[in-house]
Design a binder for this molecule. Structure first.
Ligand SMILES: [Mn+2]
Length: 315
């Protein structure tokens, strides 16, 4: 039992101990929760700079025992909240460099980063860190309403709707073993998705995802990535705006919170090298902060996946 209510104390993710990123050379947890409060590469609503803060606040309610997986998410592995990456508002290029420099040493030391965003542009820095530690392009499994494979936005090549194309171009994302699921909403043209497929990505629309269900999704992921360890991304806009209104580019007809939990739980037993939850924009959240609450629980499901992998003896 705890000695004080969970709403006491200084907010870290799930009341975890805090260790600054600057100390990462001497302490190496299994999983490091890291905030990346960057949001100036959004195309519609900004505000995700306050995502990490809101997710941490909502996460105070989380309890350590995961009854579905039957695992103590916090005691079965060493998890620390390592604070936020120092980013540069208004400068996506420099921020992506800062993210790579902050995360690459963690990854090289075998630490699994669990990133709280931040707009989706930050994933380019995460993928660079993953690829530099792995020495090769990494498989990426992404739940997102958008493929994020546009080429540019009013001439800007680094923004939250282009990061996936940039990652393929840079050779840091293994498109042949990657999957984006949950796609929906109006597009600029039919070519939007054709161009994403032309990069080598497998795409699942929200209708296909619903048709195959959690076990079908897990089979899809398995056959796509094989035995390779996975970087798992979660854009909160894959959730319906009724359950997650606080996000940068909402699309109606998305997943319910229960559907999202079931999809993530179906990946239990697979190996992971990184996780993120992005695009939580607290200024657009509803009273009660339901988007941040759901994001905190998505991050908790990711911690549970890491715990399952480590208890199975995966490296
Ligand atoms: Mn996205």
């Amino acid at each position: 039992m705890s000695t004080a209510p969970r709403y006491t104390g200084i907010r870290t993710f799930a009341n975890l101990p805090h260790l600054p990123l600057s100390d990462s050379d001497r302490v190496r947890p299994d999983v490091a929760v890291v905030g990346i409060p960057f949001d100036t590469a959004t195309s519609w609503r900004a505000g995700a700079r306050f995502g990490p803060e809101a997710i941490r606040s909502a996460s105070a309610l989380l309890r350590p025992w995961h009854p579905v997986h039957g695992v103590d998410v916090l005691a079965s592995q060493r998890v620390l909240d390592m604070g936020d990456v120092a980013i540069t508002p208004g400068n996506a290029k420099r921020s992506i460099d800062q993210i790579e420099r902050a995360l690459a040493p963690l990854r090289s030391a075998g630490v699994i980063p669990l990133v709280l965003g931040g707009d989706h542009t930050i994933a380019l820095g995460e993928l660079r860190a993953q690829a530099s530690a792995a020495g090769e392009a990494v498989p990426f499994v992404l739940l997102d309403a958008h493929a994020d494979t546009w080429d540019e936005y009013y001439g800007e090549r680094l923004f939250h709707g282009t990061f996936l194309r940039r990652a393929v171009e840079e050779g840091i994302l293994d498109a042949e073993h990657s999957l984006v699921a949950g796609l929906r909403g109006p597009l600029y043209a039919a070519s939007d998705l054709e161009q994403a497929r032309a990069l080598g990505l497998e795409l699942l629309t929200i209708e296909q995802l619903r048709d195959c269900g959690p076990s079908g999704f897990a089979q899809c992921v398995c056959s796509r990535v094989g035995q390779r360890p996975i970087f798992l991304g979660f854009d909160i806009d894959v959730i319906d705006p009724s359950a997650a209104p606080g996000t940068g580019t909402p699309e109606v007809g998305g997943l319910s919170s229960a559907e999202a939990l079931a999809l993530l739980r179906a990946l239990g037993g697979m190996r992971f090298v990184g996780f993120d939850v992005v695009e939580v924009s607290p200024p657009y959240d509803s009273p009660g902060q339901i988007t941040a609450l759901l994001a905190a629980n998505i991050a908790y499901e990711m911690l549970a996946l890491a715990a399952l992998a480590s208890s199975a003896g995966a490296p």
